[in-house]
Design a binder for this molecule. Structure first.
Ligand SMILES: Cc1cc2nc3c(=O)[nH]c(=O)nc-3n(C[C@H](O)[C@H](O)[C@H](O)COP(=O)(O)OP(=O)(O)OC[C@H]3O[C@@H](n4cnc5c(N)ncnc54)[C@H](O)[C@@H]3O)c2cc1C
Length: 382
C-alpha cells in the first residue's frame, strides 16, 4: 500500500490515479486540482487508433466507458487551393475535453479516490514528506518542475508560429487541415475536427510575420475571432467561431534532463510537451500514466527501481515522438514554400513530413490516393 499525492486533475493525474487504485485498492490516493470542478480550457481531444489501443490494453473497462460517445472517422481531409483531398486508413476518435475529464473524475471517485478541487499546492516540500509518492501532473507550466529546476534541468524551446483555440458549430467530420493563402502574403492554417454531435475544435495557426502584418498583435479576443472567421469563411459554412479564453500563444516545447527527484515524479505535460495540434499531448500524458502504474506495480516496495522502470519504458518513445513532432512543427512553419504544389502532391508531402510514414505505408492505407500521386509523378522512385 502506498500513500500517493497527485498534483493536477488533468488526463495524466486522473488516469494514473485510476490505474493505480485499480491495481491496488489499498493505495491511498489524493488528487489536488487548483481549478473549479468542471472548469476546462480547450474544446475537443483527438486520439489516433494507435493512441486508443494503449488505453484499451491498459484498462478495457474504462476504455469502453471512455469511448462510448466518441465521434469517429476513418479518413482525414487536406484542403489546399480550395480542393479537398481525402486520405483514408487514418482512424481518429474524438471527444470533448470536459467529457473526458468528467468520465475520468467519475471513475476515480467511484473507486474512492479523493479528488479535491480549488486547492493549489504551493508547498511541495511539506507534502512530499507526508506521502510515499508525489506525482507532479501539474501541466506544461509545472510549478513543481520550477521549484526543483536545478534538479530536473528543464529545457524550453519556444516555437515561432502563433496559435489560437476556437470551437465552431460547423461539423468537420474528418480531421481536417485547411490551408488558406491570405492577401497579406502569408498562410493561415486551421486544424479542425468534430468532437460532439454539435461542435468542432478549430485551432488556427499562422506565422509571426503574417500575424504582425495583419495587426493580430493589437486585436482583442473578439476582433481576432472576427478576423479568423473572414479568413476561413469558405470553410465555416456561415457558422461563427466560438471563444473560451481564446488568446494567441506559441508552442513551448518542454523536455527534462531528469524525470524524478526524491519521491517526486513528473508526468504528462509537466514532463514533456509535444505538438498539441492533434491532441498528442493528451495521448502522451495517458501513456505516461500507464507506464508509471506498470512500473509501480512491478516494484511496489522500491520507488527507485519503479522510477528507473518508468524511464526505461518511456524515454525512447518520448524522445522519438518529440523528434517527429519537431519535424512536423518545421513543416508547418515552412508551409509557405510548398503552397505552389498541386493538392495531391501537397497532401503527400504533408503525410510524409515526419519520415515516420513511408510511401509503402500510404499505399497500404489508401491505394487510390497513392495511385493519384504516382500518376502525377510517373518517375517517382521510393
Ligand atoms: C490553452 C490550451 C488549450 C488546449 N486545448 C487542447 C484541445 O482542445 N485539445 C487537445 O487535445 N489538447 C489541448 N491542449 C493540450 C492538452 O491539454 C495537454 O497536452 C494535456 O492536457 C496534458 O495533460 P496533463 O494532465 O499532463 O496536463 P493538464 O491537462 O494541463 O493538467 C494539469 C492540471 O494541473 C492543475 N494544476 C497545475 N498546477 C497546480 C497546482 N500547483 N496545484 C493544483 N493543481 C494544479 C491544472 O489546473 C490542470 O488542471 C491544450 C493546451 C493548452 C495550453
Amino acid at each position: 500500500m502506498m500513500k500517493i499525492a497527485v498534483i493536477g486533475a488533468g488526463p495524466a493525474g486522473l488516469y494514473f490515479s485510476l490505474l493505480a487504485k485499480k491495481h491496488n485498492p489499498k493505495h491511498e490516493i489524493k488528487v489536488y486540482e487548483q481549478n473549479l470542478r468542471g472548469a476546462t480550457y480547450g474544446w475537443g481531444v483527438v486520439f489516433s487508433d494507435v493512441g486508443l489501443s494503449f488505453l484499451k490494453e491498459a484498462d478495457p473497462e474504462f476504455f469502453k466507458e471512455f469511448t462510448a460517445h466518441h465521434e469517429c472517422c476513418d479518413y482525414m481531409e487536406i484542403v489546399h487551393q480550395d480542393t479537398r483531398v481525402q486520405v483514408h486508413g487514418n482512424h481518429f476518435s474524438r471527444t470533448a475535453r470536459i467529457d473526458m475529464l468528467n468520465t475520468l473524475n467519475a471513475a476515480c471517485e467511484r473507486l474512492g479516490i479523493d479528488v479535491v478541487y480549488e486547492q493549489r499546492i504551493t508547498d511541495i516540500e511539506a507534502l512530499s514528506q507526508q506521502v510515499d509518492l508525489v506525482v507532479a501532473a501539474d501541466g506544461g507550466n509545472s510549478a513543481i518542475r520550477t521549484q526543483y529546476a536545478a534538479h530536473f534541468q528543464p529545457q524550453f524551446e519556444r516555437r515561432r508560429n502563433k496559435f489560437v483555440w476556437y470551437g465552431t458549430r460547423q461539423r468537420f467530420h474528418p480531421v481536417s487541415l485547411i490551408f488558406r493563402s491570405h492577401e497579406s502574403g502569408g498562410v493561415f492554417i486551421a486544424h479542425a475536427y468534430q468532437y460532439s454531435p454539435e461542435l468542432s475544435t478549430f485551432l488556427v495557426e499562422v506565422d509571426p510575420e503574417t500575424w504582425d502584418k495583419c495587426g493580430l498583435d493589437k486585436m482583442s479576443e473578439e476582433e481576432s475571432k472576427d478576423f479568423c472567421e473572414k479568413v476561413f469563411a469558405p470553410d465555416l459554412g456561415g457558422n461563427e467561431l466560438l471563444t473560451n479564453r481564446s488568446l494567441w500563444f506559441e508552442a513551448n516545447i518542454v523536455r527534462n534532463e531528469n524525470w524524478t527527484y526524491d519521491n517526486i515524479v513528473l508526468l504528462g505535460d509537466a514532463l514533456r510537451t509535444v505538438h498539441f495540434s492533434l491532441g498528442s499531448g493528451t495521448r502522451m500524458a495517458m501513456q505516461d500514466a500507464i507506464a508509471l502504474n506498470n512500473a509501480i506495480a512491478e516494484h511496489p516496495s522500491d520507488l527507485k527501481q519503479a522510477f528507473a522502470a518508468f524511464e526505461a519504458q518511456r524515454r525512447t518513445a518520448s524522445s522519438s515522438f518529440q523528434t517527429a513532432a519537431a519535424k512536423s512543427l518545421d513543416w508547418y512553419e515552412n508551409v509557405a514554400t510548398r503552397m505552389d504544389l498541386d493538392p495531391i502532391s501537397f497532401t503527400y508531402d504533408y503525410m510524409r513530413r515526419t519520415d515516420k510514414v513511408s510511401h509503402q505505408d500510404l499505399k497500404e492505407k489508401d491505394p487510390h490516393f497513392i495511385a493519384a500521386y504516382e500518376q502525377l509523378h510517373p518517375d517517382f522512385k521510393q
